[in-house]
Design a protein around this ligand. Structure first.
Ligand code: NAP
Length: 477
């Protein structure tokens, strides 16, 4: 059984309670982690609070050196971290390794950014005055992370927080705490002072309540569903806590009549089936111009037929299982609803149950055609390997349909027309847009959404802002 990390010590829950971590490929229990509650969360917040003065007073260069050490350790242990991730989350080993290394890059990026937290001097109103603007770390940060990116969602929050001098308490998702623990083993090896980073696993309601009600927590950084994001907004109002929220999405993918069809198909297969379709920026509505719809679906289904599904630890596997039974049920519900309301099925459309698939949570890659507004899949995030195709006839109509959602995280379109590129990207109500491109997660770019997809940005120089407060000094001599 694994332990949590509080104030530089590995520890069990005070009640000794534990929770199982299950392999979604086999249904087997991989390990156990402490099932802690409010008391442990409070101890972690206290430790982070006690560590804050020392950590925030180090020079940026000293903190950067710790981040570089962590980067080197993650790269050195990438295979181990990837294996831990595949066993608890299901994504193929190579994909898990890619996530681990991408996550490590945030450490390196923010080690550099730490040294560029510049202030300002502003022309004052009187000759004896000087106006200075300083930027200071917000204080203790509580980070709540999801299961779909168990390593990089921790490092993407932790790296900017540590870089500017904040201290952190992390609560990982119950499905994937082992990746968090494996990272914390490396943070310990890097020699971070005690209390600077803390990890609490267990009852999310109880731990969340402590984060919300303890006034030593100055900021909550959350990645997860819009539903929980809204709850955190409401409940954090009492203490006016700073919030960063990376929430759900419902990405449109528009293929215009002048698009490079092969590139559009390839981009879609990568985006839609990476992580089994369980990513917040994955496409959920594919609008294809009616003049190319038949050619597009033919190319798409033949590419999908080449995908290899299976246990992520087997070499060559490209799609693993879904995370749990609930995820499978939601995917099946969306597909059944669409078929009952008149959608066509080009491939897939079922849970896989033959042989070893029966022990895991596998769903076959699916393509639906003639999807309409009446269907659930048109409005709700599916979070699974289902590609719903929707024909369209005009640019105006498709932009309006693409914006017809409360979400605003990511959108994509394929065209060769530059004037259209500018017009459409200005009209799409999304925080991130891929144009002839279906990958968006880069360390140097500001990742995040508008509307009900959240607030704040992670990554890039922008990702550091949410961990800093402005302080303006008015000097009169
Ligand atoms: P979720 O149910 O919102 O859970 C996310 C995390 O919040 C988990 O650790 C969960 O723990 C915790 N949590 C739930 N209720 C809480 C509470 N009252 N107090 C404190 N913590 C609480 O989301 P999910 O199903 O794990 O993740 C999928 C969602 O995340 C999707 O909607 C996806 O689009 C979104 N996502 C967004 C981004 C982005 O960058 N925008 C990236 C990845 C994922 P428990 O499970 O124990 O409740």
């Amino acid at each position: 059984m694994k332990q949590m990390f509080i104030n530089g010590q590995w520890t069990h829950a005070s009640s000794q309670a534990a929770a199982d971590v299950t392999n979604p490929a086999t249904g087997e229990v991989v390990d156990q982690v402490p099932y802690a509650g409010r008391a442990e969360a409070r101890a972690a917040v206290e430790a982070a609070h006690a560590a804050f003065p020392g950590w925030s007073r180090l020079s940026a260069e000293e903190r950067a050196e710790y981040l570089r050490k962590i980067y080197r350790l993650i790269v050195e242990h990438a295979d181990h971290l990837a294996e831990v991730m595949t066993l608890e989350q299901g994504k193929p080993f190579e994909e898990a390794r890619g996530e681990v290394l991408w996550g490590a890059d945030f450490m390196l990026w923010y080690a550099e950014e730490a040294r560029r937290v510049y202030g300002e001097m502003i022309p004052a109103s009187r000759p004896t005055q000087r106006i200075l603007v300083q930027r200071q770390p917000v204080g203790v940060v509580a980070a709540i992370t999801p299961w779909n990116f168990p390593s990089s969602m921790i490092t993407r929050k932790l790296a900017p927080a540590l870089a500017v001098g904040c201290t952190v308490v992390v609560k990982p998702a119950p499905e994937t705490p082992l990746s968090a623990i494996a990272l914390f083993e490396l943070f310990e090896q890097a020699g971070l002072p005690k209390g600077v980073v803390n990890l609490v696993t267990g009852d999310s309601q109880e731990i969340g309540r402590e984060f919300l009600e303890n006034d030593k927590v100055r900021k909550i950084s959350f990645t997860g569903s819009t539903q929980v994001g809204k709850y955190l907004i409401e409940q954090s109002a009492a203490q006016v806590k700073k919030l960063s929220l990376e929430l759900g999405g419902h990405a449109p993918y528009i293929v215009f009549e002048d698009a490079d069809l092969d590139a559009a198909v390839e981009g879609l297969v990568f985006n839609k089936f990476q992580n089994g379709g369980q990513t917040c920026i994955c496409v959920n509505r594919i609008f294809v111009h009616e003049s190319i719809a038949a050619a597009f679906s033919e190319k798409l289904t033949s590419k999908i037929a080449e995908l290899r599904i299976g246990n992520g630890m087997e070499p060559g596997v490209q799609i693993g299982p879904l995370i749990h039974e609930r995820a499978l049920s939601k995917v099946a519900e969306h597909v059944e609803d669409a078929l009952a309301k008149g959608a066509g099925l080009l491939c897939g459309g079922q849970r896989l149950l033959e042989g070893t698939f029966a022990q895991g949570y596998y769903y076959s890659p699916t393509v639906l055609t003639h999807v309409t507004e009446e269907m659930k899949i048109f409005h709700e995030e599916t979070f699974g390997p289902v590609a719903p195709l929707i024909p369209f006839s005009s640019e105006e109509e498709v932009v309006q349909a693409a914006n017809q959602t409360p979400y605003g995280l990511a959108a994509y379109f394929y065209t060769k027309d530059l004037a259209r590129t500018m017009r459409v990207s200005e009209q799409l109500e999304y925080g991130m847009i891929g144009i002839n491109e279906s990958a968006l997660g880069y360390v140097q770019a500001p990742f995040g959404g508008v509307k009900q997809s959240g607030m704040g940005r992670e990554g890039g120089r922008h990702g550091i802002d949410d961990f800093l407060d402005y302080k303006y000094l008015n000097l009169n001599f």
